[in-house]
Ligand binder design. Structure first.
Ligand code: SAH
Length: 274
């Protein structure tokens, strides 16, 4: 069953004005100024950083997560701005929300995990260094394989004018679609199906990112990558068990250049929808 039924696809309305590096915090809120941060940090310390209310405290802990990522230098400002805006705690079970801004992967059900923030930042940072993305100043039309809880898709929606995300597990797809639908995201298509096939109807993609790793990169991804585009995906290295982030660039004439980056640990890429 490779072709998803049309009713398993959700498309969200256009919101072009949300593109770019704009932060998504409510305009009514006071901006994050140093004095305010210090004041909130002091209040936080007094409470032993117990996130009492998901809303107000989360902006502060999220800001700290972003500061850690900035210090590590894993990605550029556009990605950091998106990460400052997207409430990661809303993508995990409420019992795990307290851990949402730690640099850790977390279970999202059905044996799957949301990747840790530094790995997400690294992947998006690598995508941004691709030729098209550098030229455009955004990720271009983007394909994500492995929607999972939808967190990375929500980040992509802030970094790309059009996002297609595919999840093979119906239960995760349903939840991610419903969650993303509440977030007023730009140009987002959430699809239930086998992401190994990509989505040729929307190809070519300037950016392709996978959140699950196999032994090789499916031909469909390479075919659907635009000239000048970049693909970032975990992959098991030949002759070993270690997984690495593969970065593939498609140059003039469709010539593909592939390089292995950091060691990573992602859930397996599986074929077929379930
Ligand atoms: N980006 C996700 C990470 C989810 S984990 C997030 O932010 O939460 C990886 C996901 O890839 C899992 O949900 C798994 O079901 C999915 N997956 C694995 N193989 C797939 C395939 N062939 N097509 C689509 N999704 C796949």
């Amino acid at each position: 069953m490779s072709e998803p039924r049309p009713d398993r696809t959700a498309r969200f309305p256009l919101a072009l004005e949300r593109l770019g590096t704009e932060a998504a915090t409510s305009p009514a809120r006071e901006p994050l100024r140093p004095q305010r941060l210090l004041r909130e940090a002091a209040q936080d310390a007094a409470r032993h950083v117990a996130p009492t209310g998901v809303g107000l405290d989360s902006a502060l802990v999220r800001h700290r997560m972003v500061e850690r990522l900035r210090a590590e230098g894993v990605c550029g400002e556009a990605v950091l701005t998106a990460m400052a805006a997207v409430p990661r705690h809303l993508f995990v079970d409420s019992a795990l929300a307290i851990q949402a801004y730690e640099d850790t992967s977390l279970p999202i059900g059905h044996g799957q995990t949301i990747s840790k923030p530094s790995v997400v930042a690294r992947m998006l940072g690598l995508l941004f260094e691709g030729e098209s993305a550098r030229r455009l100043g955004h990720l271009g039309r983007t394909l994500e394989i492995g929607t999972g809880c939808g967190y990375q898709a929500a980040l992509l929606a802030r970094l790309a004018p059009e996002v297609v995300t595919i999840e093979r597990l119906a239960a995760l797809f349903d939840r991610a679609r419903d969650r993303l639908a509440t977030m007023d995201l730009a140009h987002m298509t959430v699809r239930h199906g086998d992401g190994m096939l990509g989505l040729p109807q929307r190809a070519p993609y300037q950016s392709i990112v996978a959140a699950a790793g196999g032994d090789e990169l499916p031909d469909a991804w390479l075919d659907q990558l635009a000239i000048g585009g970049r693909l970032v995906a975990p992959m098991r290295q030949a002759g070993g068990n270690a997984q690495v982030l593969m970065v593939v660039d498609k140059g003039p004439g469709g010539k593909v250049r592939q390089r292995a980056h950091d060691g990573v640990l992602f859930v397996p890429l599986k074929s077929g929808a379930a």
